[in-house]
Design a protein around this ligand. Sequence first.
Ligand code: GTR
Length: 368
Amino acid sequence: MSRPNTPGQALQALKLPEIWPDRSQSWASRRQELVALLSQHVYGRMPLEHGPLEVKILAEDARAFAGKAVQQTVELAVELPGGRFAFPIQSIVPYSGRPAAGFPFFVHIAFRPDVPDKYLPAEEIVDSGYALLNFCYQDIAPDHDDLFVSGLPALYPAWLEQPDRWGKIAMWAWAASRVLDFAGLEAARGAQFDVNRAAVVGHSRLGKTALWAGANDPRFSLVISNDSGCAGAALERYKTGEDVAAITNRFGYWFGPDYVRYANQPEAMPFDQHFLLAACAPRAVYVASAAEDAWADPDAEFLSAWAAGSVYPALGYAGLVTENRWPDADCSLHQGRVAYHRRPGCHYLSRTDWQRFMTYANQLAGRS
Ligand code: GTR
């Protein structure tokens, strides 16, 4: 497909399904429908029932990062229909500059448990006045097709019999909400976290996961996807690189059973990925692209962000604030409740990405 001269022309030609066609319907009710639609057709449905969260500190470094923060390894556990599920997280909380309401924080859905990590400049995040809650997705459900016999899904056995049973993206997203439960418990004890400034962030397959976590859990006030591509931020109807056929062929277990039906026929989808971004509205949603990431398709991610922004004005906010031209290889569009950046280089969660996320999060706080 050759690229139309302007993104506006591209969107017009696509004739995307409308996010909120009946404006007499309340947004709260339409938003629920979007989540239900995406559950049914893409990610599978998340179970809701679980026991109360149990918290156990496994290890503590009170002088982490040159003495600037306390770092704890914490075990979170809940009772589920099939037994007890426990997983470790890392909690990093700065000592200085604590706002009265507690620190704003990132729930980082991580490829590895390590803090710091090549995708996680933890000291810089601490220095910027943010706390961090980090967990490794493989500790929730392993990232391979094991027929859901291990980790979290095995403890919801009946759920796996459902025709719209969840896939692994939904399982990893479920865990992000349990981590947020932990922040809530800590905040209730007067501890460090400002639960009104909770962001969820992930890269690539975990960027898809961050979006699904944010769509499901309105307690996340900022939802950030980095290079999330197919089944993440990118419009399926527009994109090149990875498509539904390619992703379900390699990673069918990430999704509910229905998604594969749309392989090679995106026009049959009663939705597109702008529904996923809009399901976060009126909260802030941030789409980050890498200029050379053709597999994810930066233009398709940008168009989706722009299309999703269309619901915000009726909710009292600007969506994506942009001119009608394709983004430069290095740009940040931070003025609306839908934010976008494109940075030079390839598929990676870089320091540059984090710096821009924090710039935007600071700006949001200044506004509210
Ligand atoms: C690729 C996959 C992408 C993206 C990526 C990643 O192999 O096709 O959808 O999720 O992995 O997570 O790094």
